[in-house]
Design a protein around this ligand. Structure first.
Ligand SMILES: N[C@@H](CCC(=O)N[C@@H](CS)C(=O)NCC(=O)O)C(=O)O
Length: 205
């Protein structure tokens, strides 16, 4: 198999690299794709993944799996330990709830700012400033709810580190370090959580 990958600061491929590092899965060859040079939209890449996004995983029989969370679920089924998608029905549902919240409410909002408000994407799309502003407001709303949740939780889905932490770290680093939508200094629980998750060796993957 081969994992088509893109370097930092791309948040979605980073999720899979961090997941693999947490699981101790070392035997997945990476194929680097340069998104800024247009390689994710080149004909050979689109032939493998018509949706164009990186990462995607090509299996030995030619089957291609895209979507970072789906790729990690595939590895989770192959290598259940340590579990990063939960074990009990409640853990599984809670982690899934947070994965969807982070994808839809957080990444969706940050992505709006990235596409409609960042100088890099200004060269690629016709930007709508009002969409960027809405994305900023949605991001701030997510941060406030996230901080309140983390008041009594060390990890996104509660007591255990999970795939939801991986997703949220990839999005928050992208939001703060590239897109320019950081959280307020007053959100001390978000800051504490981010520092703790960033210190895991997998965060460097
Ligand atoms: N929902 C997808 C998103 C994939 C995606 O948009 N990846 C970005 C990099 S973070 C990308 O490849 N952008 C360039 C493109 O779509 O051509 C996932 O979770 O894997």
């Amino acid at each position: 198999m081969k994992l088509y990958d893109a370097a930092m600061p791309a948040p979605n491929p980073r999720r899979v690299r961090m997941y693999l590092a947490e699981k101790g899965i070392k035997d997945v060859p990476l194929v680097p794709i340069n998104i800024l040079k247009g390689e994710s939209r080149a004909a050979d890449s689109l032939a493998r993944n018509p949706f164009g996004g990186i990462p995607y995983l090509e299996l030995d029989d030619g089957t291609v799996l895209s979507e970072s969370v789906a790729i990690c679920r595939y590895f989770e089924a192959l290598h259940p330990d340590p579990p990063l998608f939960g074990v009990t029905p409640l853990e599984i549902a809670t982690i899934e709830m947070w994965i969807r919240r982070v994808e839809l409410n957080f990444m969706g909002a940050v992505g709006q700012v990235w596409i409609h408000g960042h100088p890099i994407t200004a060269k690629l799309v016709e930007q709508i400033p009002a969409a960027a502003e809405l994305g900023r407001q949605r991001t701030a709303a997510f941060y406030a709810l996230f901080d309140a949740h983390l008041t009594n939780n060390d990890f996104v889905a509660g007591k255990q580190f999970s795939m939801a932490d991986i997703l949220a770290l990839a999005v928050i680093d992208f939001a703060c370090d590239l897109v320019g939508v950081p959280y307020e200094d007053s959100l001390v629980n978000v800051a504490r959580w981010r520092t703790a998750i960033s210190q895991r060796p997998s965060a460097a993957a």
